[in-house]
Design a protein around this ligand. Structure first.
Ligand code: PMP
Ligand code: GLN
Length: 387
């Protein structure tokens, strides 16, 4: 047998696949992997059907269809006040995942470092390692999971090529403030460090907060690659369509990789998204309220369980501290909850390099109200541990 040299030793199947599979095997309610159990807007589905039937089923332009790039530029201007050139600053990608992966390949090289924050979305570190780089992981601390900028200042050195930020943050729901962005701008001034800003939950922020996109910030936007996902915005995670916004020189480098890992993205869906973004901006403008109602319902229902709710400022995830019911480590507890109680969640420790001594699970509330009610009713059956 020939020997096999793994480029990702120690990496297994992602937790999202593991927990969704277990949920399916057990017939459990799946609040683990983040996806809605309801459909995209009917008007958008109509446009997909229209474009599928009208032809236009061959390769799209490498950077995205001009109509969709123009619609994205319009949205960027309307939401963040930033004028971007649809031809030179926007690239449509195969979901946010491809945008993140291609950006890391384009901007991190052997011997270089990328700073990421724990708990970190699981694709970041493998992408950095495959680029030959090193991930420098800085923990965010419960319950607020705010960035410790002093630690970032200490971590920055001549080898730092990239900082990957994610706000609103998966899995914790934390959001960056305008002050965070100003602090970051000061730290990076006079350095060549780029920012890869994962903003896939840009439209899911609560309690009247404003999403602090890097695109709002005059200084940071010049060094930022900003990633969005139509999967989140249009309840269509299975379509895997997203996009990257970055200044022309960064976009040019980014596209050198994008053209060889994806080339182009599914044509009829791009055309449908272009139509719908323009005809129905009310859809994404209504998302904060839509998901805030779900968050509030889920929190109300969960307050009847012995699980302790952590703050939820953005995303469609709610984290809970379960020390009140068990001291078991979270991967085992999440499996047991799926098998024995019939509700699947994500154990948060898997997103850390060095998991802290905490007992936290993440639940996805992008579900019909009836699904959330059924799940919470099951979780209400958990027994508090006696003191
Ligand atoms: N980043 C974060 C923080 C996510 O939660 C997700 C979720 N799916 C992605 C990136 C990937 O998005 P997509 O499905 O568009 O590839
Ligand atoms: N981003 C989704 C989550 O956090 C899952 C994406 C995936 O399954 N790769 O649950």
């Amino acid at each position: 047998m020939t020997s096999l040299h793994s480029k990702l030793p120690g990496v297994g199947t992602t937790i999202f696949t593991v927990m969704s599979q277990l949920a399916q095997e057990c017939g459990a309610i799946n609040l683990s992997q983040g996806y809605p159990d309801f459909d995209p807007p009917p008007g958008l589905l109509d446009r997909v059907e229209f474009h599928l039937r009208r032809g236009g089923n061959q390769y799209a332009p490498m950077a995205g269809t001009p109509a969709l790039c123009r619609a994205i530029a319009g949205k960027t201007q309307a939401l963040y006040g930033r004028e971007v050139d649809p031809a030179e600053e926007i690239t449509v990608t195969s979901g946010a995942t491809e945008a993140l992966f291609a950006a890391v390949q384009a901007f991190v090289g052997p011997g270089q470092q990328a700073i990421i924050f724990d708990p970190a979305y699981d694709s970041y570190e493998p992408s950095i390692r495959l680029a030959g780089g090193e991930a420098v992981r800085i923990p965010l601390l419960a319950p607020d999971f705010a960035v410790d900028w002093d630690r970032v200042a200490h971590a920055i050195n001549d080898r730092t090529a990239l900082i990957i930020l994610n706000s609103p943050h998966n899995p914790t729901g934390a959001v960056l403030s305008a002050e965070d962005l100003d602090t970051l701008a000061l730290l990076l001034r006079d350095t060549p460090i780029k920012i890869l800003s994962d903003e896939v939950y840009e439209h899911i922020v609560f309690d009247g907060r404003t999403h602090q996109s890097m695109l709002r910030h005059d200084e940071l936007s010049l060094r930022s690659l900003v990633v969005s996902s139509f999967g989140k915005t249009f309840h269509a995670t299975g379509w895997k369509v997203g996009y990257m916004v970055a200044p022309p020189a960064l976009t040019a480098e980014f596209r050198k990789v994008h053209q060889f890992c994806q080339f182009c993205v599914v044509s009829p869906i791009q055309n449908a998204l272009a139509d719908f973004l323009q005809s129905d901006p009310g859809h994404y403008l209504g998302l904060p309220d839509f998901y805030q109602q779900k968050r509030d319902l889920f929190r109300r229902l969960m307050s009847r369980t012995p699980l302790q709710l952590l703050p939820a400022r953005g995303t469609y995830f709610q984290c809970v501290d379960y020390r009140g019911v068990s001291d078991e480590e979270d991967t085992g507890f999440a499996r047991r909850l799926t098998r024995e109680l019939g509700v699947a969640a994500i154990p948060v420790s898997v997103f850390y390099q060095h998991p802290p001594d905490q007992r936290i699970l993440r639940f996805c509330f992008a579900k019909d109200d009836a699904t959330l009610e059924r799940a919470a009713a099951k979780l209400a059956g958990l027994e508090p541990v006696s003191a």
